[in-house]
Design a protein around this ligand. Sequence first.
Ligand code: N01
Length: 547
Amino acid sequence: MTTAKSSADAPDRNKDGDVLDVLVIGGGFSGLYQLDRLRDLGFDVKVWDSAGGLGGIWWWNCYPGARTDTVGHIYQFSHKDLWKDYDFRERYPDFAGVRDYFEYVDSKLELTKDVEFNAFAAQAQWDEDAREWTVYSSDGKQQKARTVLVATGFGAKPLYPNIPGMETFAGECHHTARWPQDGLDMTGKKVVVIGTGASGVQVVQEAAHDAAEVTVFQRTPNLALPMRQRRLDRADNDAVRGDLPERFDTRYRAFAGFDFDFMPENAADATEEERRTTYERCWAEGGFPLWLGMYQDLLADEAANRTFYDFWREKVHERVKDVATAELLAPAEPPHPFGVKRPALEQDYFDVFNQDNVRLIDQNDEPVLEIVENGVVTKNGLIEADVIVLATGFDNNRGGILAIDIQGVDGERLQDKWADRVDTFMGLSTSGFPNMLFLYGPQSPSGFCNGPTSAEYQGDIVVEFLEHVRRNGHSRFESTTTAEKEWTAHVDELFEGSMFTKARSWYWGANVPGKPAQMLNYSGGVPTYFGKWDEVKTAGYREYDLS
Ligand code: N01
């Protein structure tokens, strides 16, 4: 946990009123944390966010059923004891719950006075002589800043499927991440959902309760795990708060920044009976511990992994009555090893396929060939639709950054530099683009790290680094090409030969047609990542040219 320091020691650097010390692009957990910490330290800082209000990714993702896959108590700041006064209404808050939490944080920290909403950063240009960035918004605003922090998140750029005729559809067709802010009533409607990632699973559950018909196009089965959602009252929140500080601390020591970690035992060493007992116990508890709190060899040993897959499959088949549908949802042969593609958490996802109004279609056998005025067409004819939900995911990790035309030294474009490969130092910076840092960026633990954990822990190293730069009177920092080559090789080495190669996932860009195959999420774990940064700091940030 961090404590605010007085701004009294900070030099008055903002002599030129229209040049900020720091402009943060993105006002989610990471961006807002930067705002608060840097402001306390006397930096002149503002946030630009393309959203119309607080919530970061939860402002955009307001589709029916959108909710966290992390329990609210761990999906919040530990910062400034904010957790002491906030009560979560549900164990896993929905998007409205997360927005409510952001409002609460704002009421305590007065963040929004320094946030410009509806400001999409379209371009950023580096001026070597002035040693500053100029950032332009799509609606004509401009802002100079000595440092730019890009905190756009890993899912800022929606991925749209390339289906002919999309523009001819007369009903409502929305990507889950561009859902109408006023909502969309599905009652009595015919709904087609394309995609069964975390977003698709959540929409299907909700649509199934209200819609007249729900047709789900599945390309890859989601090895979804039980959520075990429940409502929380004051007493529940008080009980959780009791040991929350210790749970926050645990996040720093756990592989994925949660308050739990893999078990120190191997599934391969356990008897069948012992494994079954463990699986049943974890199944009853539900949530991500079933993924990242299980036997330590499950994500490394394919035979061990198969024991859990078979257990999971049995559980799904117990719930889905139609054998063919159950087989599509949970095939005898795994589509990929369990857990190397992100599983969703579900409440009644598998059960709704027992309802007469819900139908599952194998997108591989019967793809959507065309969208027409009144529905979608497959090889078997027209499926009528009033609503088409594109739950097709994102150009993850780098998409939100490359959506900004970033021009660095000598006008080099980041879009060109990263066209074939992303190169960063620890996911934080890239050479040729001085005085720019990425939060939750590509090649950081990002997709393998609980968001608020990264916002705080990675946020702290960024703040500490910016203080170091300021304290030493530097006005320019840039990571070296040697450092980023070594880091990229390290990220690649961890990926190559790992089980993550066995699923076509967004972790390594396999979900986007034409995107270069490259692991974009650091899979060495949160403790290793921060241990490496400690070495960097102790050695005096030699991976950066400072001047
Ligand atoms: O996106 P996804 P998401 N035709 O990429 C399919 C976080 N998140 O929005 O698996 C047909 O996972 C695609 O098929 P396949 C979370 O980290 C968190 O669901 O590639 N289908 C897949 O089924 C998550 O992992 C929360 O074969 C197409 C789906 O669309 C990440 O965001 C909630 C297709 C996309 O799944 C992304 O999740 C939501 C096409 N052309 C999201 N293109 C919570 O915390 C893609 N697909 C709860």
